[in-house]
Ligand binder design. Structure first.
Ligand SMILES: [Zn+2]
Ligand SMILES: [Zn+2]
Length: 261
């Protein structure tokens, strides 16, 4: 069983690049080549100025065989986070899907960037995990997200808590479940130092017990990465008993059986 949707992608990469057909068509071509039928464009909110809904509509018209969702990855950047949130609120009706992310702890730099392992030095890893999950919970409670991305990103550099991660993440999962939000299962962790899917399987299983729906994602920063490692992802979904995934249109969720995809 191979997933058919990729709900985390960055056409602009890590710089402002206004949406037009030249930028977006390679993403549609790559989706089609990889057998994906439903993708969400979720650039970082700090590049919201590049998002052009009219350009996206033109690309949709030229690729009627694909569902291409308008999305954004909203994080808690101390500099751009507030403006990002204001943009999401203003454009809520144009957006299909909003990912909630946390890339920042106390420092101004994203903790998940290369070289930022220093943010973990000399600190109790259990406390960092608890702090991180609390920040994700605030994103879940923000009222402007549909789904939480890379839920256990805090493990990215390979730091593991002494306490069972399920104990640390339980109240966040309860919050996500109570609010009817989804969690993404992302192959991106496989290409990082930690070498593990986001979130790890025991968190996926606990979320499933709580009835939380899942999206599937690659966090592609190049169209080449779209749907990366999806054969391996399909095996994990099967192993965890996941038979359907969430897709979104104007924030309205539909569950699609994987077997029919
Ligand atoms: Zn992210
Ligand atoms: Zn991302």
């Amino acid at each position: 069983m191979k997933p058919f949707s990729d709900y985390h992608s960055h056409p602009q990469g890590h710089r402002l690049q206004p949406y037009d057909e030249a930028l977006l068509q390679p993403w549609a071509d790559s989706a089609r080549a990889k057998g994906l039928t439903d993708i969400a464009l979720t650039d970082h909110d700090r590049y919201h100025a590049g998002v052009d809904f009219d350009a996206l509509d033109r690309v949709r018209a030229g690729n009627p065989d694909l569902k291409i969702r308008a999305g954004i990855e909203l994080d808690t950047d101390p500099v751009s986070g507030a403006a990002g949130r204001a943009w999401v609120e203003k454009n809520w009706e144009h957006l299909d899907f909003v990912l909630g992310s946390v890339h920042h702890l106390e420092a101004a730099e994203m903790f998940d960037s290369a070289g930022q392992e220093s943010q973990f030095a000399g600190r109790l890893i259990d406390e960092i995990y608890a702090d991180y999950f609390l920040r994700v919970q605030r994103q879940a409670e923000s009222g402007v997200v549909d789904c939480l991305s890379h839920l256990d990103l805090i493990k990215i550099h390979g730091h593991r808590p002494q306490t069972d991660v399920l104990t640390l993440v339980e109240s966040l999962l309860q919050c996500i479940g109570a609010r009817g939000l989804a969690i993404e299962i992302s192959t991106a962790g496989w290409r990082k130092t930690v070498g593990e899917i986001y979130p790890e399987k025991k968190i996926i299983r606990r979320a499933r017990e709580l009835g939380i729906p899942f999206t599937t994602a690659s966090d592609a920063h190049s169209h080449v990465q779209l749907g990366e490692d999806y054969d391996r992802l399909g095996a994990v979904l099967e192993e965890c008993g996941i038979r359907e995934v969430a897709v979104y249109e104007r924030h309205r969720r539909t569950m699609v059986p994987l077997s029919r995809a």
